[in-house]
Ligand binder design. Structure first.
Ligand SMILES: C[S@@+](CC[C@H](N)C(=O)[O-])C[C@H]1O[C@@H](n2cnc3c(N)ncnc32)[C@H](O)[C@@H]1O
Length: 282
């Protein structure tokens, strides 16, 4: 059966989630669900679908990410389209969304103005806007192509009237009197020298601007922390995603700018992944 052939081609290429990926291909390209497959669907695929699926498998086996080939990745509750200038949203980043919602459960916090620095596909900002339906948001990215993709994703999700996507470096595109009650960021955080050791899928297909965090991987955080305060409403909260092994350095950077660290949250793999802090005690 074609499905089994695909699964074993993917598995022999060392792809761990071969079963899952084979299923995604059938769902996406042939429109067949798992139960269709169990009931014998996929035996007589039309030749063009057959050809399309096998050409994707060929690219996948050659080392491209499935999501890059398909052009989207699902994140939180929605589908986010990708472009050459965007990072693929990662499941670990959902920890940041969970943490904001946790704050709502804990204190009733309901952000009305959200800033996302380094928005990429817009996955963090747009997911938050879906959760907080009276909020508006601004997403900023240095990559023009990422801004276009984030704006298209906003339109796909029907959020275009509640979001502004601005192109530029960090706070530069913001009017000086802008204030937000929630600032979020998943900036580039890989030390420059470590980029060449990353998995080849990441190294060859995720844009360097989304990865390179400077010599120690912490340059964006240092810049952001020394400028954040003036864009926060009183009582405003900041959530940062960060990389494995960065929690102590990042805590020091945050505290040196006079912020109060509130919480460090782990991702699904048990690694510290999200830092939550604010300025002042409230
Ligand atoms: C790690 S990616 C995160 C993308 C998205 N927020 C996510 O979580 O999937 C970092 C993003 O920061 C952007 N970026 C890098 N340097 C920047 C700068 N100086 N100003 C604004 N955005 C920047 C990159 O283009 C990239 O989209």
């Amino acid at each position: 059966m074609v499905y089994q052939t695909i699964k074993s081609q993917l598995a022999s290429a060392g792809i761990e989630a071969a079963d899952f990926e084979a299923r995604i291909l059938f769902e996406d390209i042939a429109g067949l669900s798992l139960s269709d497959l169990v009931n014998g669907g996929g035996r007589d695929l039309p030749p063009e679908i057959h050809h399309k699926i096998f050409s994707i498998v060929k690219r996948r086996v050659a080392g491209e990410s499935l999501w890059r080939i398909l052009g989207y990745r699902d994140f939180w509750k929605s589908r986010f389209y990708l472009s050459d200038d965007t990072l693929e949203p990662r499941p670990d980043t959902e920890t940041l969304i969970e943490e904001v919602l946790r704050e709502t459960d804990r204190s009733g916090f309901s952000p009305q103005k959200i800033l996302d620095l380094g928005t990429g596909t817009g996955c963090i900002l747009l997911s938050l806007l879906q959760e907080y339906q009276t909020a508006t948001g601004v997403g900023i990215d240095l990559a023009k192509g990422a801004c276009l993709t984030a704006a298209q994703n906003a339109t796909h999700l029907g959020l275009q009237d509640r979001v502004k996507i601005l192109n530029g470096s960090w706070f530069d595109p913001l009017p000086p009197d802008s204030r937000f009650d929630l600032i979020v960021s998943n900036p580039p955080y890989i030390p420059t020298e470590e980029i060449r050791n990353l998995d080849s899928i990441v190294q060859n297909h995720d844009p360097i601007l989304a990865l390179d965090g400077g010599k120690d991987g912490l340059s964006p955080y240092k810049y952001l922390c020394s400028n954040l305060k003036k864009y926060l409403e009183p009582g405003g909260i900041v959530f940062f995603e960060f990389g494995v092994g960065q929690v102590d350095d990042l805590t020091r950077i945050v505290e040196e700018t006079g912020a109060t660290l509130i919480r460090v949250a782990d991702d699904l793999g048990g690694h510290p992944r999200v830092l939550k802090f604010r300025y002042g005690d409230n």
